[in-house]
Design a protein around this ligand. Structure first.
Ligand code: AMP
Ligand code: MG
Length: 336
């Protein structure tokens, strides 16, 4: 089991040369959401002999080399892609599910916490070397909806957003994101786009008929971009975005890899996949993050909320916190 690190909160005012700089910030948030192996002692009652069997199976898996792991996966008709740690985790999860899931969900994917996972990956205004006080404004609002029961991406939403403070995109930003000045000039402002995003979520009956949770690649989408944008647009931070799944953290804990291996491209490649589309296009980023999430669910990871916004800053949600989906989305409310 990974040692629990002390909570040290990142600040929203941290220098932001690029989103992947977030690694520094992310690793400061403690990792209490370790998806534990069944042999872990503090996960409830382990007196059932099945846990002994699982501990033995895990030991055997730990001693296998990559070729043996791949051969075993092939024999069990599991995906054979991915690096050694990924293959190990896949096999362990497979045995765990086989042994523990006797319910109707057995063999399926019934042990998920939310009916839907909604991936969000904002793009924002930026400079080549964002100064410490750089004010990022959201310029693309994409969402990708994953049905956790069918393990498919079932729908997506994408709108560009007109920045209001710094309306001129830097050449660097255009090159990085592929978003042109014309695209944002023709777009609506954040307040209007957020309303349409809310109505899209409402039409899907999320938070009412179905449980759901947002998922992001790191802490910045909600903890920095959305939080800053809401302040700029004089909107109260939406309650439905108050908690989310940080996939970097879930991935690192589940496959037991260090934070340096939880960048988007790295996670994809370690799972044996390649980035599809254009990096830093928010919708393509969201789709690729969604592909990772689906892969993790197939590998037996019960993706669950692990971060929240507290006093304007991202903070870890302890594993002991009750599992509940995000509240039903509501139209933006003015701060005044
Ligand atoms: P991403 O989701 O990685 O595409 O990044 C989200 C946002 O972070 C981008 O729209 C930029 O505002 C900012 N960003 C990402 N990478 C960089 C970079 N290398 N330099 C400056 N800003 C960046
Ligand atoms: Mg992106």
């Amino acid at each position: 089991m990974e040692p629990q690190k002390e909570i040290s909160q990142p600040t929203n005012k941290i220098e932001t040369p690029g989103k992947d700089q977030e690694e520094r910030c992310c690793s400061n948030i403690c990792d209490k959401n370790d998806e534990k192996e069944p042999s872990s002692p503090n996960q409830g009652d382990f007196s059932d002999p099945v846990y002994k069997e699982l501990a033995l199976a895990n030991g055997t898996i730990n001693r296998m080399n990559r070729e043996e792991l791949r051969a075993k996966c092939a024999e069990l008709k599991l995906d054979t892609r991915g690096v050694k740690d990924v293959l190990k985790k896949r096999l362990k999860s497979y045995y765990k599910r086989q042994k523990l899931m006797h319910s109707a969900a057995a063999g399926g994917n019934g042990d998920v916490y939310y009916d839907y996972i909604c991936v969000v990956d904002f793009e924002a205004t930026c400079e080549e070397n964002n100064p410490p006080d750089y004010l990022h404004e959201i310029i693309e609002f994409p969402m990708v909806l994953i049905d956790t029961h069918t393990l498919e991406i079932v729908d997506s939403f994408q709108e560009y957003v007109k920045p209001e403070v710094n309306m001129q995109l830097s050449d660097f930003c255009v090159k990085l994101t592929g978003i042109t000045q014309k695209m944002v000039d023709e777009a609506d402002t954040f307040h209007t786009v957020l309303k349409r995003a809310v109505s899209w979520l409402q039409k899907k009956e999320l938070g009412t008929k179905y449980s759901y949770m947002f998922l992001t690649d790191g802490s910045w989408d909600m903890g920095k971009f959305l939080y800053t944008q809401c302040r700029l647009s004089r909107i109260r931070y939406p309650k439905f975005a108050g908690k989310w799944i940080n996939i970097r953290k879930s991935y690192g804990n589940f496959y037991k890899v260090p934070r340096t291996q939880t960048k988007l491209i790295c996670m994809l490649e370690n799972l044996g996949m390649h980035y599809e589309g254009r990096p830093h296009c928010g919708l393509d980023d969201s789709r690729n993050i969604g592909r990772i999430a689906i892969h993790m669910l197939k590998d037996g990871c019960q993706l669950r909320v692990n971060e929240c916004l507290h006093l304007g800053e991202p903070r870890s949600v302890p594993i002991s916190a009750p599992i509940e989906g995000a509240p039903a989305p509501q139209n933006p409310r003015s701060r005044d």
